[in-house]
Design a protein around this ligand. Structure first.
Ligand code: DX5
Ligand code: ZN
Length: 220
C-alpha cells in the first residue's frame, strides 16, 4: 500500500510569516507543502509565482507540492522547477497539450501531476497514464480555500481506483484537494486517496500542529 501523506495548503497560512507556519506544519508531521499558484485567468483569484516558491524552498525541509491553476502552464514549468518544486501538477483543462507539458515536467526530474476539476470526466486520463506520477482530484471548484467538499468526489475516487487497476497503474498517487477536514478525511481515504490537501482544515484549527497528527492517526 502507498503511504498516506498530508499536504497542508499554504493558501490558508499567514502570508506575513510563512516561515513560521511552514515550521509549524513540519513539526506537526506534514509530509508535503501544498502551494497553490493562481493566475486570475484560469481561476478567479491571484496568489503567488516562482519568486515566492523559491523563498518557500529556502526554508522548507519537506517536498514542495506545487499546484498550478494557471492557463498555458507549459510556459512556466521551467520557472517552477528552477524555484524548487518537487511535484508540479497542471490542470487538464488548462492546456491543449497536456501530454507535452507532462513530458516537460518529467524531463526536469520532477514528479508530474494532472488535476481534474469537479466537472471533468476521468476519461481524459486514459491516454496519459504512462506520463503521470500523481492525479489530483479537485473536491471543490478551484480558486479559494474554505469551500465545502463536493460529495460526488467519493464516487469519482472509487472509479479512479478501478481505472488505475485496469490499466496496471496503481503506482500513481491519488491526491484530493478541497474541503478536507478531520471529520471527512477517513471517508476520502477509504475511497482511495493517498495525499490529502487541507488548508482551512489545518490552519484554521485551534492547534494546527495537533490537527495534523490527529489526521495522521485517523488514517493509520
Ligand atoms: C483551492 C486550492 C486548495 C485550497 C484548499 O483552489 O487548490 O488547495 O487551498 O483549501 P481548503 O482545504 O480550505 O478547502
Ligand atoms: Zn490546491
Amino acid at each position: 500500500m502507498k503511504p498516506k501523506k498530508i499536504s497542508p495548503s499554504l493558501l490558508s497560512a499567514n502570508f506575513s510569516n510563512l516561515e513560521k507556519d511552514i515550521k509549524m506544519v513540519e513539526e506537526g508531521g506534514a509530509h508535503l507543502l501544498h502551494i497553490d499558484v493562481m493566475d486570475g485567468h484560469f481561476v478567479p483569484n491571484i496568489t503567488m509565482g516562482p519568486v515566492v516558491v523559491e523563498a518557500i524552498n529556502e526554508v522548507a525541509k519537506i517536498p514542495l507540492d506545487v499546484h498550478l491553476m494557471i492557463s498555458d502552464p507549459d510556459y512556466y514549468v521551467n520557472a517552477f522547477a528552477d524555484a524548487g518544486a518537487d511535484y508540479i501538477t497542471v490542470h487538464s483543462e488548462s492546456t491543449n497539450h497536456l501530454h507535452r507539458v507532462l513530458q516537460k515536467i518529467k524531463a526536469r526530474g520532477i514528479k508530474a501531476g494532472v488535476s481534474l476539476n469537479p466537472h471533468t470526466p476521468l476519461s481524459v486520463l486514459e491516454n496519459i497514464l504512462d506520463n503521470v506520477d500523481l492525479i489530483l482530484i479537485m473536491s471543490v471548484n478551484p480558486g479559494f480555500g474554505g469551500q465545502s467538499f463536493i460529495p460526488n468526489t467519493i464516487k469519482k475516487l472509487q472509479n479512479l481506483k478501478k481505472m488505475l487497476k485496469k490499466h496496471n497503474a496503481e503506482h500513481i498517487e491519488i491526491e484530493v484537494d478541497g474541503g478536507i477536514k478531520i471529520d471527512n478525511i477517513k471517508e476520502v481515504s477509504d475511497a482511495g486517496c493517498d495525499i490529502f490537501v487541507s488548508g482551512s482544515g489545518i490552519f484554521k484549527a485551534k492547534n494546527p500542529k495537533k490537527m495534523i497528527s490527529e489526521m495522521i492517526n485517523t488514517l493509520s
